[in-house]
Design a protein. Sequence first.
Length: 572
Amino acid sequence: MSSSISDVAETLIARKKVVDVRNAVEDSTSNVSSPNEDDLESEKKEDHLKSAKAKMDAVKEDNERLKLTLSQILKDYHSLKMHFRSIAGQEEPTLQENTPTPPTEFFQPASLLESPMEEESKLVSLTLGRFSSVDEKREEKRNNNEKNHEEHGKLDGLELGLDCKFHLGSIEVMKNPSPENSFDESKEDEQNNNTCTANKGLKTARSGDDENLLQNPLKKPRVSIRATCDTQTMNDGCQWRKYGQKIAKGNPCPRAYYRCTVSSSCPVRKQVQRCKEDMSVLITTYEGTHNHPLSVSAKAMASATSAATAMLKSGSSTSQPGLGVSATSSTSTNLHGFNFNSRNNLTTSQPFYFPRASISTSQSHPTVVLDLTTPNISPPHNKLSSTLFSATSSSSTCLNFSSTPSSSSLDSNTSTLKVPWNTVFHSRPEALFNSINHIGASYNSQPYIHNNVQITPEVQNMHVTDKITAATKAIARDPTFQSALAAAITSFIGNSGGNVQENHGSGGNSEQNFHLYFPQESMRDGIGCATSYVNKLPQPLFSQQKNLIPFPPLTFSRSKSTPISLGEEGEK
DNA sequence: CGAATTTGACCGGCGC
DNA sequence: GCGCCGGTCAAATTCG
């Protein structure tokens, strides 16, 4: 990368030299002219001089601007480099020490940090992103056997330490004990104990609990993802086992019920159903919190959904068009292993931001819908921007990043986060970050307040290079984006090291994959987000960047329930 | 033959 | 109290 920057610098310097030489020649030419010529000729010379001076001035300005641009590019490059290094620095010790520390704090399954299960979890976590699920399962089985022996103590331990549950807890529990999570846990307990009464007791205990749950304290929060998907389910990186299917009222398409099988005690469920209005749209609803380490791709999904959940749980989730909601977690929220707690700087100081959001319930469940469908394949950026904040007619404010009206078959009261859906996504959780990318891209068209960064309309009047600089700086300063970038890169690296089949439509070319996640549209405008900036860099440059990140070779375990390839028939 | 899926039965919550 | 409906269970079936 530095060599490429140097190339740019050399080019600019060479250009300046050429201009200087040209100016010198022009000056000398004007000096050579004879003082004995008539007025007409002197007038001509004067004009010539004036125009030459004007040209000189313009060229000088140009040079100055180029210098500025160069210095800013260098500055931005260094800042980005520092970000990458810090990210890589976080990753490296993990790899070297073989500790359960996740690639980035973004994905930290903090549930593993303090619980009595910690040591066991560490053993499991060693496999993170590198071991096959078979190994994980073996580990899980082993752990479960041990669990059975010390069930009670373990559960207590879970209560004490499992952030994934009890930070939720702490989220809400800090204020009031979280019924949601304790329910999750209790449900597990219940399963372990094979008792039916526990549930009732818990449910009773729950009632009247947590006022902080925005909608229904009795139900676990859900994150529903609407995505155009040809396969039966989205590949979210987890292993699922189908345990039921129903024809839900109002939708002829059957709703399939899955539970996570990565860990036998994992309480996470998901429902998969085709949209009634648009059969190509798959609605995947997640509920619960993974209690085990997640694969890279699963983390990607978990992160995105967790952000939505954080938004859902955030008291600030009432939306205002154009202002948006930051899903801060003074309430530490955890979904699918993504922990929003005080230890996770991301959420306490680096909130996810959703341009507009509100929370409402769907069938008594507080639900956030991430709408990843788009009407067009890779909609032009400008068009996209124009529709990014389009309002919906839903009773609840929707995060509608699409120009199409919400066609969710879910409760219309469900809050919707509509994000441009890169149709190449197709069962790719990593592409969720495409949506984050688009959110970043929205800096372009709208005043965008994000974590104290505001891109105002003035920015739009700036010179393109200044826009790049300003946008890059603003976004680079944005910790959320940093996390998203890290996540995207993590996913990207994971893909390149994982199953080749995961490279949908890109022929397995990881570079193309990367571009899928960071659409060129934003580049075209010369604005957009830092990922565009990264993309804009010469290819060898990015290759070097990739090499900067010491990610391990990743293997993605698969089951029938997690079809990865676009062409695959999906689960049976 | 074990694992995954299918599918009808069952349970609990909720509205009337 | 009853019926509807969502969700889950578990036996039967299918698959690899």
